[in-house]
Design a protein around this ligand. Structure first.
Ligand code: ADP
Ligand code: BMX
Length: 280
């Protein structure tokens, strides 16, 4: 009666035993930077060997696009996976339970819509994490395919780059390189909270870009709420920096930002519910 939910992002893999909105057990591993995803899942399933028999369906939420059970990267810098990787068939080698796969941010959007800060109203979810991901729920339906892939937006002023190349965890870390070589975004936030001016400026610049994206999303989709998740979206001070960047936006155009209530469990809770709803 529990579901095995797996959330694979560009930085971490999270496996969880989920029942409704309860996370009964978790295992977390770093996401390998390259190699064969089949090996990544072999290691993960070995780590959750003791969970066998405790779940009767599997939901897999992954960074990248999932089409008909096959997994591809849109931005290889976020995670470098082989094109058209047979994700569902690979997971099916490790379990007899039915397997359902979807994009990680779309799964998290569903989780926040159904059980979190989305309040079952038309909403957009935005994760600021290794990359930038998004999900859209309108009229009670989650958009699939490319729906919500705001991180892949491009503009003519930055040819060859995507929006996420200028906002995400990887960008924040890259901006820090001149001050703190090899720093992760997490360390940049720690430096910002310790009062380092350069770190505050990097965090502010990311938040301003994310806020600008929310302003554009509001004009495109006019959601009731935009729910913000991902370790960077959830980091102390980030949402308030986004709010500050939206101060001068006229009220009717201003997005209503909300912190993801399910926090880092939004993806596993969302994919577990989606897996459960699958037609048998
Ligand atoms: P994923 O992208 O794998 O879904 P996360 O949502 O944890 O994983 O996002 C990873 C990014 O968030 C990395 O750039 C990492 O450095 C950064 N990060 C992780 N924890 C924190 C934190 N507590 N504060 C700020 N940034 C964080
Ligand atoms: C990228 C894209 C999205 C994903 C988003 C957040 C890849 C590999 N991923 O825009 O599918 O939702 O990153 O990914 O092209 P995360 O790793 O930060 O959760």
């Amino acid at each position: 009666d529990a579901i095995l939910a797996i959330d694979v992002g560009g930085t971490k893999m999270l496996a969880a035993l989920v029942r409704g909105t309860s996370v009964l057990d978790t295992v977390r591993l770093p996401t390998p930077a390259d190699g064969d995803p089949a090996h990544w899942f072999a290691v993960l399933f070995a780590a959750i060997e003791t969970w066998q028999g405790r779940y009767d369906a599997v939901g897999v939420a992954v960074t990248g696009i999932v089409d008909d059970g096959h997994w591809s990267a849109l931005n290889r810098k976020t995670l470098n996976i082989p094109d058209g990787f047979p994700l569902v068939a690979t997971i099916a080698r490790f379990t007899d339970a039915p397997v359902f796969a979807a994009n990680d941010a779309q799964a998290a959007a569903w989780g926040e819509y159904a059980f979190g800060a989305g309040g079952r109203e038309d909403m957009v979810f935005l994760t600021i994490s290794t990359g930038i991901g998004g999900g859209i729920v309108t009229g009670g339906r989650l958009l699939g395919g490319l729906g919500g892939h705001f991180g892949q937006l491009r503009d003519l002023d930055h040819p060859g780059e995507t929006l996420e190349d200028r906002v995400s965890g990887r960008w924040i870390a890259a901006q820090a390189a001149t001050y703190a070589p090899d720093a992760t975004a997490r360390e940049v936030f720690a430096a910002a909270h310790a009062g380092e001016g350069w770190a505050k400026a990097v965090v502010e610049a990311s938040a301003r870009q994310a806020a600008n994206l929310c302003r554009n999303v509001q004009l495109a989709l006019d959601p009731r709420r935009i729910v913000i998740g991902g370790s960077i979206g959830l980091a102390e001070g980030y949402l308030s920096a986004m709010e500050r960047a939206l101060d001068s936006v006229p009220p009717r155009l201003k997005p209503s930002l909300h912190t993801a209530a399910l926090a880092e469990n939004a993806g596993v809770i969302g994919i577990a519910d989606l897996a459960q709803r699958r037609p048998a």
